[in-house]
Ligand binder design. Structure first.
Ligand SMILES: Cc1cc2nc3c(=O)[nH]c(=O)nc-3n(C[C@H](O)[C@H](O)[C@H](O)COP(=O)(O)O)c2cc1C
Length: 212
């Protein structure tokens, strides 16, 4: 593993727990791989525009090689984000849970990188669309922070967690099936409850930094 792409999705800077925890992982990993490259892409504090009609028309244009200059311009950011993703081996996404899912900036990034012909394809089988992932050889690490408690596997609130399943589904759809989730929970609980959960997440991340 020589290149990591870190996507930071919290609108918060220093006060963001998911961002801080991801940076713990990145520092530990970089200490072991001083020559390796970490690229950071801000999607929480920098606006990625939601897809619009022009984007959709250009992205799904039936003859990609014949796209007009204006269509190419509509896809310029998406092309850049896809190339950036394809150029790295490990994807680290730091994200809060916002209203049981991911913040809108991360969703906007997802909508830019799920691209027909670049990260997935589809064919027709008896008239029914079949999808094929195009991304190979990558892993993902999701580092998340939640205000509530019990959204993880086996937890009381797991059915309300639409963040981890969304990320696993989208990443799997484009071909990234090896996905690890590390969560700190309970920011809105007692201070010591969250401190313990965050400390456990940190230990997991330090262990992962040794094996990734
Ligand atoms: C707009 C908004 C929506 C939130 N929705 C949820 C939620 O659905 N479930 C939850 O457990 N916490 C929720 N929280 C709390 C955050 O997940 C929690 O504060 C988390 O630590 C934020 O991550 P960050 O510190 O990286 O910004 C919400 C916070 C905000 C600001």
């Amino acid at each position: 593993m020589s290149k990591i792409l870190a996507i930071h999705a919290s609108p918060r800077a220093e006060r963001s727990h998911s961002r801080r925890l991801a940076e713990v992982f990145l520092s530990a990993w970089q200490a072991q791989h001083p020559q390796a490259q970490v690229t950071r892409r801000e999607v929480g504090r920098a606006l990625i525009a939601p897809v619009n009609e022009a984007f959709i028309a250009a992205a799904f244009y039936p003859e990609p090689q014949a796209r007009s200059l204006s269509m190419q311009a509509d896809l310029a950011l998406s092309d850049e984000l896809v190339a950036e993703l394809l150029d790295h081996e490990l994807l680290v996404i730091s994200t809060p849970m916002h209203n049981f899912s991911v913040p809108s900036g991360l969703k906007a990034w997802i909508d830019q990188i799920v691209r027909l012909g670049l990260t997935f394809n589809h064919t027709l089988d008896n008239g029914i669309a079949q999808y094929q992932p195009l991304v190979t050889g990558k892993k993902a690490l999701i580092v998340t922070s939640r205000g509530g408690f019990g959204f993880g596997p086996g937890g009381d609130l797991v059915a309300m967690n639409h963040a981890d399943p969304l990320l696993r589904t989208v990443l799997g759809f484009i071909g990234i099936d090896d996905v690890t989730v590390v969560a700190a929970e309970g920011e809105e609980s007692a201070e010591r409850t969250f401190a313990q959960s965050a400390a456990e997440a940190e230990q997991q991340l330090l262990a992962l930094a040794r094996i990734f």
